[in-house]
Structures are given as C-alpha cells and as structure tokens.
Design a protein around this ligand. Structure first.
Ligand code: NAP
Length: 303
C-alpha cells in the first residue's frame, strides 16, 4: 500500500527517502503547485547520509488531488498539522491510518478530533535531520521512533515494512506517557537556552532554575496521570544537559534562524494543562511569559 507523505521537510523527506530506497510505494504531498514545480526542478529528494548524497526521484503531487489515501505520514510542524490534515481530509478513506510525527502535545489530539473516521497514531522520535537546501535533508542523528495509539488499538502489521526500510520504529503501549516525558524534558531545557542565549551545557550554571522547573513539571506529570514519566525527571534533565553540553537546543536554533517555534505545543501546552487541572505552576507560567515576550520582541509568533 502506498505511503503518502504530507510535508517534505526534514523528517518527511527522511522517511520518504528510506521507504523509496527499500522499493516501497511512496508519494509526496506538497502544499501547492509552486512547491510542486520547485520539487520537480530539483528532480527529487536528496538525502545526505554519512557525507554521501543520494537523489530519490519520488513521485509527488499537490495535496488537493483526488486519489484515495489509506496510509499517511503527517510530517509538518505542530502548528501546521491541523491545516495540513484538513487539506487531505476529503481523500482519506474510512479507516485510513495516519502517523502524526509532531513534537509536543495538543496538535495530535486536534487532528484526531477532526478526522474521527481515521486511525491516528502518534509518534515520538529521537531521530535527527535538518534541511540544508530545498528538498535536501541531512540525516544528522540516528535514533528511534515510538509509535502508539491513544485509543489502545493493536500495533499495525506494517511496522515490519518500516523495519525493512531501515526506519527504527517500536510500538509503545503508552505513547502519551512517552510524549509527556519528552515534553517535560523540553520545557526544562529549551526555553532557558533561548532566554539565556546559551548551549545546553551552560544550563549547569542555572541549576536552581532548572531544578525548580523540574519540580513543577513532575507535579504536572503526576496530576496528568503519568507518575512514571515524573520519575527521575530532574536526574534525566541533568544527564541530557551534560551529554549534549555542546549543542544548541532545537528551540534555540529556531529562534536564531528566525523560524517559528513550537512553543504552543510544548511549554504552552504544559501551562494550559496545569490551568485546566487547577495546579499552581508559578515558575512554568513565569517562564512561558518571559519566552513569549522574548519571541514578540524578535517579531516571532508567541504561540
Ligand atoms: P520541517 O523541516 O519544517 O518540515 C515541515 C514540512 O511540512 C515543510 O516541508 C512544510 O512545507 C510542510 N508543510 C507544512 N504545512 C503543509 C501543508 N499544508 N501542506 C503540505 N506541506 C506542508 O519540520 P521537521 O523538522 O521535519 O519537523 C516535523 C515535526 O517533527 C516537528 O513537530 C518537529 O518538532 C518533529 N521532530 C523533528 C525532528 C528533526 O530532527 N527534524 C526530530 C524529532 C521531531 P514547506 O517546505 O512548503 O514549508
């Protein structure tokens, strides 16, 4: 069955190239005629892996075509996910399966609400990729992608096809817990690297701030029903800060390159959930306020 890939950015292109390389049917869905023309002018997706470049001439079309879709990878940023999903809604067959690659939380549930006849699986990935040109992707970090079903359905048989294509996926029976843990880690590190304009490692010099955030995030995870995700959160944050000391966080890089951040689906989502549950999360709210102000001052969206 054909994999449709909506969003030929970093992760979408990485998945598309590996599926195509394995001989699996794959089609890219691009937002409009202009993007399709630009793609055709490039002749395909270029994947740069271990310094070697390969061109994959994957068929592509605009999202507004009419062919039926039964399997879709939604590979946009979280803030584009609902609009992107809506652009193909009429093409989705009853029971169509979607993999939602978005980071953070909130966008997946919004897409699932709009597509009640589809099966929406959520993904959490530690793979790393970035674009070094239009329709060019550099595979920067090997990792793992967990897939799971909020409604607790069974693992799909096509996981084997992904393995065969060299895409390291694993089924998770509690994908929300995994996504919450990742969100909490992100909230404890990324906003501070933006506000202090620093690499991850320099947060060791802001230990009290990090520790207070972890304390509130732990309370939030407990209140949301994910006590296991709260376990050892502070220790894990400190380990990540040390292990990635020389790196700039993804949010730092987005701001440095004047790109919109996914703040609304990370720190924003944490604050909204805290409010909904009536939790006093003063440090997280203050951090959210400072980050939004920082983004506004730079002319970037604050949500
Ligand atoms: P990206 O490089 O910005 O790619 C997003 C793509 O979505 C762009 O190509 C964009 O098209 C496309 N798009 C948006 N709206 C669309 C629409 N309506 N129709 C068609 N295409 C549309 O983003 P990414 O880095 O792959 O990230 C995707 C998600 O994965 C994010 O939530 C991110 O946090 C998460 N993630 C990324 C990584 C990573 O290493 N990159 C790792 C883990 C998780 P245009 O090119 O036309 O703008």
């Amino acid at each position: 069955m054909t994999w449709y890939i909506l969003g030929a950015g970093s992760l979408g292109s990485l998945w598309a190239a590996r599926l195509a390389r394995a001989g699996q049917p794959v089609r890219l869905l691009l937002r409009d005629r202009q993007r399709l023309d630009a793609y055709r002018a490039r002749g395909g997706i270029t994947l740069v892996e271990d310094g070697r470049e390969s061109l994959y001439p994957i068929p592509a079309e605009t999202a507004d075509q009419s062919g039926p879709i039964r399997r879709l990878l939604l590979a946009s940023k979280a803030y584009d996910a609902e609009t992107a999903a809506a652009s193909v809604a009429a093409r989705l067959q009853p029971g169509a399966e979607l993999v939602l690659l978005q980071n953070g939380l909130g966008s997946q549930q919004a897409v699932a609400r709009h597509l009640p006849r589809a099966r929406c699986l959520y993904a959490s990935s530690t793979e790393g990729a970035f674009r070094d040109g239009d329709f060019r992707v550099v595979f920067a970090g090997k990792g793992q992608t967990w897939l799971g079903d909020e409604r607790q359905g069974p693992a799909p048989a096509w996981l084997e096809e992904l393995h065969a294509a060299g895409i390291p996926v694993e089924w998770s029976t509690d994908i929300l817990e995994r996504l919450w843990r990742k969100l909490a880690m992100n909230c404890a590190i990324n906003p501070l690297t933006v506000l202090h304009q620093c690499r991850n490692g320099e947060l060791a010099g802001h230990a009290e701030e990090v520790s207070a955030l972890c304390d509130e995030l732990g309370k939030l995870l407990h209140a949301c029903g994910y006590p296991q995700a709260a376990e050892q959160l502070h220790g894990e944050v400190e380990r990540v800060i040390a292990a990635t000391a020389a790196n700039f966080s993804s949010m730092y890089q987005d701001v440095a390159q004047e790109r919109r951040t996914e703040i609304a689906y990370l720190l924003g989502h944490a604050c909204r959930e805290g409010e909904r549950l009536g939790l006093p999360l003063g440090r997280l709210h203050a951090l959210h306020g400072r980050l939004r102000e920082y983004l506004r001052q730079r002319g970037l969206p604050d949500a």
